[in-house]
Design a protein. Sequence first.
Length: 559
Amino acid sequence: MTPVEKSLPNENFIHDIIDADLASGKCKKIHTRFPPEPNGCIHIGSAKAIYINFEAAKKYGGLFNLRFDDTNPVKEDESYVRSIIEDIKWLIGGEPSGGIFYGSDYFEKTYEYALKLIKDGKAYVCDLNLEQVAEYRGSFNLPGQNSPYRNRSVEENLGLLERMKNGEFENGARTLRAKIDMASPNMNLRDPVIYRILHAHHHRRGDKWKIYPMYDFAHTIQDAIEGITHSCCSLEFENHRPLYDWVADNIGLEESEKPHQYEFARLNMTYTTMSKRYLGKLVEKGLVEGWDDPRMPTLSGLRRRGYTPSSILEFVKRTGVAKAYSVVDSALLEFCLREELDKTAPRRIAVTDPLLVTVTNYPEDKTETFSLPNNPNNPEMGTRELPFTRQIYIERSDFAEVPPPKFHRLKPGAEVRLMGAYIIKCNEIVKNENGDVTELLCTADLETGNRMPVDGRKIKGTVHWLSVPHAESAELALYDRLLTIQNVFDIPQDSDYADYINPNSLITAKNAKIEPSLKNAEAGEKFQFVRTGYFCKDSKNDNTFNKTVPLKSSYSQLS
């Protein structure tokens, strides 16, 4: 058992709650949802929320909805909607079982509930601006003050809300607030704003609406309309649950129609951030290529880098579902993918930084092939033939003119095994006018083609190689972790994340050589480049392979 496996939690308190609810008869059919806001691409932290809701519905034979929280048209965009749908289908392997919905589908019904609250004396139109609203709310140590507009008549409130809806007032001029308790120790219950004026074009509803509900108000209503039984969200919404329940208790729902909210600890991972706001800043400042940059923790970025849905879901499963705050080592995510690809990825050869080798005792016009396994761990994947000629490429790092101690690769006068082929000996070094090594002149023991030397001598080093006339050119994008700091919560709040971008998060090997079978690789196809790492054919750049994970963990200790 690896150190990673030893440290994995095995818990899911959400399932314990569902088991109890089914046993008591509180609910008969499980219905969950994932409610992303389409203001950016979803990331691996979102994958945890998707996993919790999707797996609960799947385990108990229920339904799982995707519902967009599109109540803030200022920040939202249709391109994010399309991206999120694509990401979720990719992650769960198909359409959400309960369907795809939008919060904007329910604007009319949400407005009706707002009218009911006014008529019941539980909501009022407030003329305070947002700064004044915040001032009147008080603090954790001081109770809030009632708005001077709190006791408006039902008729006046209804009239003003209608005029707000018709677009008669400027942004920020008025809000609709729930009338709850300005002295409550929970700040979210101090007459929260439930509608604000926004003169903005909505990506689905156009210019019809001039007012938009706040998430804390709309969320409960949307869950109730869709029949959600277990509304699971991350722990930062725990203090919002009393407001969620207040809405459910005051809009006229039957007890059986009331949804319930449950909170879990969000996923935090070393060397990256789960803040969409900061990820968006990286995109805006051009510090990354876009939301799908393979260094980003977004699902689109991870997919482009070469991660699989099964490895991501396995990672989330291994982190556990609990309420305790934690930061998960990003090495665990790598481990989950490496464990999968070790069994499934075909082995191929790529030379990152080529150094020319001429085998002087090999005929110039001869080409032969050597058989190499496609995956030593999976014999059923068979073998492939790799051509060998007089001139080959090896990795420049596999040669040292003045080798360090215990250097078991090629050096003057020494022998190495060419992987799956001959043993060669370095006899002469060719340099250019700058003193750089440009070529090695070697001889091959032609009796050792993939065989042991007849004299019994032991060869310690093995290097990979490619035939010069058969090798294809390619670029290798050598990705590393995004940030230089392990725990993003150690970054001061007023700091710019740009100060912590890893300068080596992307190094491009522009002159790499790959074996001929890789020329026709499909976008997204995954390979192990022997002795180098796991790579994926890029989906945007036809001649680029992205490094997904190294052969061994390069991050912090796993114990």
